[in-house]
Design a binder for this molecule. Structure first.
Ligand code: FAD
Length: 420
């Protein structure tokens, strides 16, 4: 039976739109509240576009604390924390450090696999529904290693774990790697190849999904900010917005890195940091890539999107600061030459850097599920580096939760109250 119920989705990023899609398909009357105008930028738009089951290791992995401290000594490294006295950041850091264990990685890997494989399957379906409006490519991903030491490290770490949990990973030498990507000259020791990975053009996906939602009858309240809540009796009754108070039967929190601020009045604990990342998009690249690529040591992502080529990377914990740090951009440009020797800084001349804020939870897992304190409020946030990949499966899971069906992924590690 179709539920005659209303749902408000707070936040119109890729996760919010995906929740709206699967809820609307179930027959819910859905309203999306988004503080920006239709078509405005959001974190997915400038992302690397990976649909990436290869990412089975959470950000909070063993060795990350030592690696992070080393990176912080180097202004051109992939990681930066702006030094400041900030209680939330310090608490987040402590929780992050606690999660950097082998045990956590082992338990998280199958959950990440299920979320990412589920996301990939649903992207394939969405490509069919939209007539491939967002250029889905099932070409796989090459994790390029510059040095034999890195190749060995990735072969015994990421590739071994991925194969163990059922995500195929092939370790290739330099020649085999070059044969898979003949359009660009590489200077690498080899790679780990993940045939299952895919990529899309996110700037085409967001409008395609918005249009689909409009056709399905979803209501949008653009240019409308959530700033408070009405609640009582263990439920949320209404959300306070700049367009007035709006009541509904169910509420979904999909505010990305702003989610904790969105629920500030509800006495919930949702540790999260905005993990700022940058991307640079070359409109007419001189070299052609088919697959998405990661520069393993530099943690830079490279994705062909139609005629364009996008380079993205860095994780900067500096709050929601809009300051563009030139050394972060130079790090990305330097990396291009390091792995693809024919690239020059000229290839990036005149490109305006884009930045966005990944919603980063301390344990590298998203928050998906109902809050204990407010029975009709469901979290769909905290997806960090995998929010695009996991957006559709998150939407499906939220629809399963609201309709009371068995979730298609085990949600026990994703409870939004896990730090309460
Ligand atoms: C450089 C970079 C590369 C990336 N590459 C990939 C990749 O290749 N693959 C992948 O899977 N992921 C990738 N990611 C991560 C991915 O982009 C994010 O995880 C994802 O976009 C988060 O989506 P979201 O909807 O949760 O958040 P957001 O996109 O931030 O959406 C939240 C929305 O809520 C709105 N909002 C906030 N506060 C309010 C309020 N008070 N009232 C109303 N609306 C509000 C915001 O305006 C925003 O539109 C990348 C990220 C970066 C930065």
């Amino acid at each position: 039976m179709r539920p005659n119920k209303s749902v408000i989705v707070c936040g119109g990023g890729v996760v919010g739109l995906s929740c709206a899609y699967y809820l609307s398909r179930e027959g819910y009357r859905v309203t999306v509240i988004e503080r920006h105008a239709e078509g405005a930028d959001s974190c997915a738009q400038g992302s690397a576009g990976y649909i990436s089951p290869s990412h089975v290791i959470p950000l909070s992995a063993p060795g990350m604390i030592v690696q992070g401290l080393k990176w912080m000594m180097n202004s051109r490294s992939p990681f930066y924390v702006k030094p400041r006295l900030d209680g939330d950041l310090m608490r987040w850091g402590w929780l992050f450090a606690r999660a950097c264990t082998k045990d956590h990685t082992r338990r998280a890997a199958p959950v990440l696999r299920d979320l990412c494989l589920g996301g990939r399957k649903l992207f394939l379906e969405l490509a069919e529904v939209t007539g491939d409006a967002f250029e889905l490519k099932k070409e796989g991903l090459l994790n390029l290693c510059k040095t034999p030491a890195a190749l060995d490290h990735y072969a015994h770490g990421l590739a071994a774990l991925a194969n163990e949990v059922g995500v195929e990973a092939r370790v290739l030498d330099a020649q085999q790697t070059a044969a898979l990507e003949p359009g660009v000259r590489m200077d690498v020791a080899g790679s780990v190849y993940f045939p299952i990975d895919a990529h899309i053009t996110p700037r085409k996906f967001m409008p395609a999904l918005t249009n689909l939602l409009k056709e399905m009858g979803v209501t949008f309240k653009w240019n409308t900010s959530v700033y408070g809540w009405q609640s009582g009796g263990g439920r949320v009754t209404a959300v306070a917005t700049t367009a007035g108070e709006i009541s509904a039967d169910e509420f979904v929190l999909a505010g990305g890195s702003w989610s904790p601020a969105m629920v500030a009045g509800l006495d919930l604990r949702l540790p999260m940091q905005p993990g700022k990342g940058y991307s640079l998009t070359i409109e007419q690249p001189r070299f052609k890539l088919e697959k998405s690529v990661i520069f393993a040591e530099r943690r830079v992502a490279v994705t062909p999107m139609g005629a364009q080529l996008r380079f993205g990377g860095t994780m900067e914990l500096s709050g929601h600061s809009e300051n563009v740090r030139p050394e972060r951009i130079e790090q990305i440009i330097d990396s291009a030459r390091f792995y693809f020797p024919d690239f020059t800084p000229q290839d990036f001349a005149g490109i305006k850097p884009w930045f966005g804020y990944r919603p980063v939870s301390p344990d590298g897992l998203p928050y998906i599920g109902r809050f204990g304190r407010h029975a009709n409020l469901t979290a769909a946030c905290g997806h960090a580096m995998l929010g695009l990949t996991m957006a559709p499966i998150t939407g499906l899971l939220v629809a399963e939760i609201l309709t009371g069906r068995k979730p298609s992924v085990d949600l026990s590690m994703l409870r939004p109250d896990r730090y309460a």
